[in-house]
Ligand binder design. Structure first.
Ligand code: BG6
Length: 491
């Protein structure tokens, strides 16, 4: 699972959408951090492309400010100056063929004679993905005779299975799949990567990681923030497209997959794809009973949100993975905006002991062993187990064993984009979504969205900002004899 930067040739990272938020808030700070850690290949260059008419220096100055803000104390003017030396700007309009002729020339001037690798990063609005990819193809810029050519594509990758399939077709017309890196920034998070290690580098968990010992799995991605100024995009997307199709399903596949033979892109992604294939798309009549949808009070007043909107800002889903390991073990997924707190957790709820010889002998799912994998904000793992209360006759209490990354390892945990950018530079696609993976994930989400729209069921339930979604979600879980793990970060 190691990214080997020494193997990579000098690389040019061409960022389309250079004047955008993602570039200044995430991409450049991540690249700067990699530079400071000396992880970038020698001679790395960054070329920003967008319509804003910056000069090289004007862009560098703007980035110096935003990077200083993002990096905080880690920002050092000297190392920034060193890094900024390799930053360039090429004004251009993605929809204009002539711009690409200019870009082609500018890149040749910036790069000089030596063969270099190139990573094109599409950090633009999604409607520009197609013209950008076509133009790269038309100008021979995907051709690898003078170095590797890779493309990183931000989310959302399509808005449903059909558009994702179409986009894949366009991509494959120009790039081979091995050149394509579809980003899901959740895969760059340290705890998500650690989930591979936790499951497959330890002997003691895998034998119990199945239907014989596990009652169900909960995956919660709760956000405290509301839609803020993103009403425009969010109102057309909603929580299923924004969070489930990508982040939550990615977490599910890693929690549920079989051990790959090796940690390499295709072996890992083959196993993830098998999980997605094992999830039967929901029939329309099943959707009302297998999902809850909600909207926080006040959403309709957000900027750029239609006053007649039916967009869900919260959802809970029950998905079943129909294979030997998971038959009869539901995966409950939920995510929402304006919830109690920011936390991402995978909760593995184990079965009750077969026989309880203590107390009144009664047990409940909610008191059985539980493993909480906390992805964020504080990364770590908590194992909950029954213990005897000291000095009691035989009273039991659920207590916990905690593991915190920060307590055990020194240094700041890197931002997800650092890992992902470096992997794209060295060509390791293990933590990126493959074409079939993205399409299969849409195949799970599309029928739910279609049924919500066609039947109006389940109704869109309202919730107050600052709670764990609508009470319908709690009731729905109780109806299935289970309870949500409603806890703000446990670590
Ligand atoms: C993005 C979504 O993909 O993920 C946002 O578009 C969401 O709506 C964000 O806020 C959450 O990411 P993180 O890393 O803050 O959990």
């Amino acid at each position: 699972m190691s990214s080997n930067n020494h193997a990579a040739a000098p690389t040019t990272i061409v960022i389309f959408g250079a004047s955008g938020d993602l570039t200044s808030r995430k991409l450049i700070p991540a690249l700067y951090s990699l530079h400071r850690k000396q992880r970038l290949p020698e001679g790395t260059k960054v070329v920003g492309v967008s319509r804003t008419p910056y000069t090289h220096d004007a862009w560098r100055n703007e980035l110096a400010e935003s990077t200083a803000k993002a990096a905080g104390e880690a920002f050092a003017p000297k190392s920034w100056a060193d890094f900024a030396h390799g930053i360039f700007y090429a004004p251009g309009d993605i929809t204009d063929a002539e711009s690409f002729t200019h870009l082609h020339q500018s890149l040749a001037e910036i790069e000089g004679e030596t063969a270099r690798g190139r990573v094109y990063y599409l950090s633009t609005a999604p409607r520009f993905y197609e013209p950008a990819i076509r133009a790269l193809g038309q100008h021979g810029m995907a051709d690898e005779s003078h170095g590797t050519r890779r493309i990183v594509i931000e989310k959302p990758f399509g808005t449903n299975q059909e558009t994702a399939h179409r986009l894949n077709d366009i991509v494959h017309h120009v790039f081979h799949e091995r050149q394509v890196f579809r980003i899901d920034h959740y895969l760059g998070k340290e705890t998500v990567q650690n989930l591979f290690v936790f499951r497959f580098a330890n002997t003691i968990f895998e034998p119990i990681w199945n239907r014989n010992y596990i009652d169900h799995v909960q995956i919660t991605v709760a956000e405290e923030v509301d839609v803020g100024h993103r009403g425009d995009y969010y109102d057309t997307a909603g929580v299923l497209r924004d969070m489930f199709q990508n982040h939550l399903l990615q977490l599910l596949t890693i929690a549920a997959m079989e051990p790959p033979v090796r940690f390499e892109a295709d072996a890992v992604r083959n196993e993830k794809v098998k999980v997605l294939r094992a999830i039967q798309p929901m029939a329309a009549e099943q959707v009302a009973a297998s999902s809850v949808r909600g909207r926080y009070r006040g959403y309709l007043e957000a900027k750029h949100v239609s006053p007649t909107s039916h967009t869900a800002t919260f959802a809970s889903l029950r998905l079943d993975v129909d294979n030997w390991r998971w038959q009869g073990v539901p995966f409950y997924l939920r995510s929402g905006k304006a919830m109690s707190c920011r936390t991402t957790q995978i909760v593995v709820q184990f079965r009750e002991p077969p026989h309880m010889m203590f107390g009144d002998g009664r047990t409940s799912h909610c008191d059985a062993n539980r493993l909480v994998i906390q992805v964020q904000p504080a990364e770590g793992i908590q194992l909950q187990l029954q213990t005897k209360v000291p000095d009691s006759a035989m009273q039991l209490r659920l207590t916990d064993l905690d593991f915190r990354f920060r307590g055990r390892f020194t240094g700041e945990l890197p931002e997800a984009y650092e890992r992902l950018l470096l992997d794209a530079i060295v060509g390791d696609a293990s933590l990126f979504a493959r074409a079939d993976e993205v399409e299969l994930a849409w195949g799970i989400i599309d029928p739910i969205l279609a049924a919500w729209e066609a039947t109006g069921e389940p109704p869109l339930a309202e919730y107050e900002p600052g709670v764990w979604g609508p009470h319908e979600s709690t009731d729905w879980m109780q109806l299935q004899g289970r309870c949500w793990f409603d806890n703000c970060p446990v670590l």
